[in-house]
Design a protein around this ligand. Sequence first.
Ligand code: HEC
Length: 281
Amino acid sequence: MLLLKNFNKLLCIIIFLFFTSHISALTRDSIILEDSYFTENSKKLKIERFEAISPLYKIKKNYDGYYLKDIFKFKNIDILKLDVVTFEAKDGFKISIPASFINENNPFLSIRDTSLANGKNWEEVKDGGRIIDGGPYYLMWDLKKYKVPENYWAFGVVKILFQSFKETYGESIPENTSNKKIMQGFQIYQSSCSGCHSVNLVGGTLGLEMNVPKNFTEYLSKKFIISYSKSPSSYRANAKMPPQHFLTVNEINLVISYLEAMKFNKICNTDDSCQKITLKK
Ligand code: HEC
């Protein structure tokens, strides 16, 4: 009897915990990064210093900012309860990173380059065919310890989203999830291409849609996709796409396998029907 009573109590606690964790997940499914986000009832998150050679600035620099783990702690966000964390940038770049990867590698969210004078926070640089800067927030990783996909170094971050795997990747998930080659390609596409490109209208908006109404592989040759990925500016002056020099030809071929699979899995087939879906988003 005593056991039963305790069991009921335990069940109530579990249900309650589930319920509250659900509420907090709902109220925090995205955060807009304003200065006020790091302040709470006159308490402020402490600013740390971080040294990095970023893909954007390419030389060793010191930055002020916050460790993501400290931000989550400050805001009572349990990273272990999340599937994926998505970082959205001001230019339409959008990268989704597995929560487990963030938990293991503890990235840093920089708010300013400490080497600049006159109250300037960020320096402008030429990147492909664009002039850009790292701000307002630049997600950085400790290269001494970890191997990190270049696209995980997200600059210009303005928003962080917390969603499930399904919500994050939605219609870009391939149908045949048991095919190893397709799934490997999907994973490489996610970490290397989806920041800018979209498949079935899921992904970044800086690059081009790759699947609807026409799939890349329906009008571009494999040879072109590989060669363009390696060196966009050999085809187009001022290409905005950076060369994907960190990917091997085999890895780009896997991305192509994923794209080829997606052409049988389109969410729309005409400009009209695709626009309707875009407008709904
Ligand atoms: C930083 C953003 C960015 C990333 C990352 C990126 N692209 Fe691109 N891509 C673009 C943009 C923007 C264009 C349009 C042309 C241009 O400005 O380069 C483009 C164009 C292309 C084209 C030419 C398409 C055509 O119709 O001419 C191919 C092929 C391509 N991307 C493949 C890839 C693949 C494969 C990956 C991942 C391995 C990738 N891109 C990653 C931004 C990006």
